[in-house]
Write a protein that binds this ligand. Structure first.
Ligand SMILES: *Cc1c(COP(=O)(O)O)cnc(C)c1O
Length: 430
C-alpha cells in the first residue's frame, strides 16, 4: 500500500459485519482463561494486552498504522510529543551518559535536554547542524550514546541533512533519532535516509485539528544494538525474569524495551479515545498536507515580495537557504509553517500580528486554522534582544502557521495587517 492508502487501511482490518471505523476499546483491563496465561504475559512469552498502561487494542491499531507509514518495525504511542522524545532517549541513556543534539530544535526539547535530563545526570552537547563532519566528530565522547535532530526545525525552519547526520552517528556506533513532526511521514520518511528512530508530536499535523495531545516513537529495526555500546539490550532484564531484548525480540528490541520497560515504569500511554481522535486525523493527513504546503508556498511568496518584510524562512521557497536540502528530503512539500521577520521593530511585529483578523494568536502550530506566534513575546519572552539574536530569533520574528482556509482570504488578511504598519517611524534598531 502507498501512504495515502495506508492512512485509511493500515492497523485495523474489520471482518465480515464488523464496524468500518476503528472501535474505541474503552477498557483498562483484559480478561484471561487462566492464571498461567497471565504469568506468560508477565514473562513476555505470550503476546497480548495486559493492562492499558502498556497497550490497548485501539492504540495498537494506530501504532501499527504509523509504523507502516514510516516504514518501521513497530511504534509506541505516548501522551505527548515531549513524552515521546523523553522515552526515546531514556530507553538508551542512563546516568553518566552523553548525547549530541542539533542546536536549532523545538524550545520544549531544549528545556528537556539542557535542564531536566541534566538533573538526572545525562549530558547533552548542542551542535550547529551546518558544521562540517570533522567538526561534529570532535563533539563525540567515549560515553556518547545517541544523536538527535529535527527534520524541519521549529521555529527556525532549517532542514536536517539526514544522510550526513546518520553517517556521523553510525561512524560512532550510536543511533540517529529524528523528530519528524513538521513534515509528518507523508512528506518525509527519515528511515529511507538512514535515521534509526523517529519521534513525533502528533499534537500537530497528524492529529491536525488541535483536539488531542499525543506523540509517537517509531523504530526502523535497523540499528545494531549488539555492537557492544548498549548492554541494556543484550544483557538480562531482571524486571522480566532475565529476558534479553535483542534475543527475544530481534529487530523490534528497541521498541519492545521502550514499551514493556520504559512505558511500564513511566506511564505515559494514551487512552483509547485519544488514539481514536489521532486516527481520524491520520485518515485525511495526505490531503491536508498537500493543501498546507500549497497554501504556505503562496503565502511565503507573498511575504517575500513585501518590502515591509525583512526576511522569510520557508524551505519550499526558491532561494531559501535550505531549498536544496528540501528538494532532496521533502520533494512533495515541506510543511505549512513559515517564519518571517517584519522590518524594524518588535513593536511592528506585534502590531502586525494584533491586526490580523483571520489568523489567530495561538500557542500552537501546524493547526488546521491559520495561527501566529511571536516567540520574542511568548516562548522566548525572558530573553533580551541580544540573547534572541544569538538564538536565531530576531525581535520581529513571527512564526506563521498556514492553515486550510482559502489562500486568498489568508493573503487578504495579511495585506490589511501589513497596511497598518508605518515603517518610516522606525522606533527600534538592532
Ligand atoms: C510541539 C512539538 C514537540 C512537543 O510536542 P507536544 O505534543 O507539544 O508535547 C516536539 N517537537 C516538535 C518539533 C514540536 O513542534
Amino acid at each position: 500500500m502507498r501512504i495515502e492508502t495506508q492512512c485509511l487501511h493500515e492497523g485495523y482490518h474489520p471482518g465480515n459485519g464488523e464496524p468500518s471505523a476503528l472501535p474505541i476499546y474503552q477498557s483498562t483491563t483484559y480478561r484471561y482463561d487462566s492464571t498461567e496465561h497471565i504469568g506468560k504475559l508477565f514473562d513476555l512469552t505470550a503476546a497480548g494486552h495486559m493492562y492499558s498502561r502498556i497497550s490497548n487494542p485501539t492504540v495498537a491499531a494506530v501504532e501499527e498504522k504509523i509504523a507502516a507509514m514510516e516504514g518501521g518495525v513497530g511504534a509506541l504511542c505516548t501522551t505527548s510529543g515531549q513524552a515521546a522524545t523523553m522515552i526515546s532517549l531514556m530507553n538508551i541513556l542512563k546516568e553518566g551518559d552523553h548525547f549530541i543534539s542539533t542546536a536549532s530544535i523545538y524550545g520544549g526539547t531544549i528545556n528537556l535536554f539542557a535542564v531536566t535530563l541534566k538533573r538526572f545526570g545525562i549530558e547533552c552537547t548542542f551542535v550547529d547542524q551546518e558544521l562540517p563532519e570533522e567538526e561534529i566528530q570532535k563533539m563525540f565522547k567515549p560515553n556518547t550514546k545517541a544523536v538527535f535532530g529535527e527534520t524541519i526545525a521549529n521555529p527556525a525552519l532549517s532542514v536536517l541533512d539526514i544522510e550526513k547526520w546518520a553517517a556521523i552517528a553510525h561512524n560512532n556506533n550510536v543511533p540517529l533519532i529524528v523528530d519528524n513532526t513538521f513534515p509528518t511521514p507523508y512528506l518525509c520518511r527519515p528511515f529511507e535516509f538512514g535515521a534509526d528512530i523517529v519521534v513525533h508530536s502528533t499534537s500537530k499535523y497528524m492529529d491536525g485539528h488541535a483536539v488531542q495531545m499525543g506523540g509517537v516513537i517509531v523504530d526502523s529495526g535497523n540499528f545494531d544494538w549488539k555492537n557492544g555500546n548498549f548492554p541494556e539490550f543484550t544483557e538480562p532484564d531482571e524486571s522480566y525474569h532475565g529476558i534479553v531484548y535483542t534475543e527475544s525480540f530481534e529487530k523490534a528490541a528497541y521498541i519492545t524495551k521502550a514499551r514493556v520497560q520504559m512505558m511500564r515504569d513511566m506511564g505515559a500511554y494514551p487512552t483509547a479515545n485519544a488514539a481514536f481522535l489521532l486516527n481520524l486525523g491520520l485518515e485525511t493527513l495526505p490531503v491536508r498536507m498537500d493543501r498546507h504546503c500549497s497554501n504556505a508556498l503562496k503565502v511565503a511568496k507573498y511575504f517575500k515580495k513585501s518590502e515591509k518584510v525583512e526576511f522569510v524562512n520557508y524551505p519550499g521557497l526558491e532561494g531559501d537557504k535550505y531549498h536544496e536540502l528540501a528538494n532532496k528530503y521533502l520533494p512533495l512539500g515541506t510543511c505549512g509553517v513559515i517564519s518571517l521577520s517584519i522590518e524594524g521593530s518588535r513593536e511592528n511585529a506585534i502590531k502586525f500580528m494584533d491586526s490580523l483578523k483571520l489568523a489567530s494568536n495561538e500557542v500552537h502550530v501546524a493547526d488546521i486554522r491559520t495561527c501566529v506566534l511571536h516567540p520574542a513575546s511568548s516562548t522566548h519572552r525572558q530573553l533580551t534582544d541580544e540573547q534572541l539574536a544569538a538564538a536565531g530569533i530576531t525581535p520581529g520574528l513571527i512564526r506563521f502557521s498556514v492553515g486550510l482556509e482559502n489562500v486568498e482570504d489568508i493573503i487578504e488578511d495579511i495585506e490589511q495587517a501589513l497596511a497598518t504598519l508605518n515603517l518610516d517611524a522606525k522606533p527600534y534598531t538592532v
